[in-house]
Design a protein around this ligand. Structure first.
Ligand code: C5P
Length: 251
C-alpha cells in the first residue's frame, strides 16, 4: 500500500463545482475524498456517484445515528452508491452498529462486492468533559472514548475515527486489526484553524494512525497539490509498517 492511500482529503466545501475542481487537481494523488454533511446536503448522492464512477474513493462521513433499521438501510444505500467507507455514531448503541454490520454484510454476500468499511465515531472532538457532563454523561471523556471504541470492535465495525489525543492509547489497547482514522492533523506550516489538539502528519503516523483526514491545509492552500506532496513526504518519513488496503483494492 502506498503512502498516498493513507491520506483522506476532507471536501469541506459548499458546492459540487469547488469539489470537482479539487478532485480534478488531486485525483490519483490521494487515497480518498471525504464528503460530510455540509457538501452532501447541498449536492446529494449524485455527486457521490459521479466521484465514485470517476474512479476515486469516497469516504461518506454522515455520522449515522438513528434506530437500528433506519441506520442499516441508510448504510445499505451508501454501499450501493459505491462508497469505500462510511461513519456511524457509536453512541447509537451496539444494536444499531450490529444491525448495520449485518445489513451491509447481506448486501455484500448477495452482490459479491466489497462492502464499505464501517467506521465508528466516538465522542466528537468539539466535545470536552464539561460538554459531556452537560449532556448527562458523568464518565471521563477518555474512558468514554475507549468504551465506545471497544463497543465498535465487538459490534463488528472495521475502524474508528479518533482525535490525536486518544490515538496512542487506542492503538495500544485496541485490536491490531482496528483501522484508525485521525483528523486534527496539522503540518507545522499550516494554520491550526479551530483544531485544538493537533499532531503533525509525521507524529500521527508514528503514533499509529492508519489514515489521516486533512481538510483546510489542503483545500485552502493556494496550490493544493503542492500541499498534498509536502504532507505525503512527512507521512513517508514515519515509516509506518501496517499494510491495510482500502476495500476497493481487494475488489
Ligand atoms: O481541520 P480540517 O479542515 O483538516 O478538518 C478535516 C476534518 O476533521 C473535518 O472534515 C472534520 O470531520 C474533522 N474536524 C474535527 N475537529 C475539528 C475540526 C474538524 O474532527 N475541530
Amino acid at each position: 500500500m502506498m503512502t498516498k492511500d493513507r491520506l483522506i482529503v476532507a471536501l469541506d466545501v459548499d458546492n459540487g463545482q469547488e469539489a470537482r475542481t479539487l478532485i480534478g487537481r488531486l485525483a490519483g494523488k490521494v487515497g480518498c475524498f471525504k464528503i460530510g454533511s455540509r457538501l452532501f446536503t447541498r449536492e446529494g448522492p449524485d455527486l457521490v456517484r459521479e466521484i465514485v464512477s470517476s474512479g476515486e474513493q469516497v469516504f461518506l462521513d454522515l455520522k449515522y445515528h438513528d434506530i437500528p433499521s433506519i441506520t442499516a438501510a441508510a448504510a445499505l444505500a451508501a454501499a450501493q452508491m459505491g462508497v469505500a467507507m462510511l461513519t456511524l455514531h457509536t453512541l447509537g448503541g451496539a444494536e444499531m452498529l450490529e444491525a448495520t454490520v449485518r445489513g451491509v454484510g447481506y448486501w455484500r454476500e448477495s452482490t459479491e462486492r466489497a462492502r464499505p468499511w464501517l467506521i465508528g465515531v466516538t465522542i466528537l472532538t468539539s466535545m470536552d468533559s464539561a460538554a459531556l457532563t452537560r449532556s448527562g454523561v458523568d464518565r471521563p471523556l477518555d474512558e468514554m472514548v475507549l468504551r465506545l471504541a471497544a463497543m465498535a470492535v465487538t459490534s463488528g465495525l472495521d475502524g474508528i475515527v479518533t482525535s490525536p489525543r486518544e490515538l496512542e492509547r487506542l492503538r495500544m489497547q485496541g485490536p491490531p486489526s482496528l483501522k484508525i482514522i485521525t483528523p486534527g492533523v496539522r503540518p507545522e506550516w499550516a494554520d491550526r484553524g479551530d483544531q485544538t489538539r493537533v499532531l503533525t502528519p509525521y507524529e500521527a503516523m508514528r503514533r499509529g494512525a492508519d489514515y489521516l483526514v486533512i481538510g483546510r491545509p489542503i483545500i485552502c492552500a493556494v496550490d493544493p497539490l503542492a500541499a498534498v506532496e509536502r504532507i505525503l513526504e512527512e507521512m513517508e518519513g514515519a515509516h509506518d509498517q501496517r499494510n491495510q488496503p482500502l476495500p476497493t483494492e481487494s475488489r
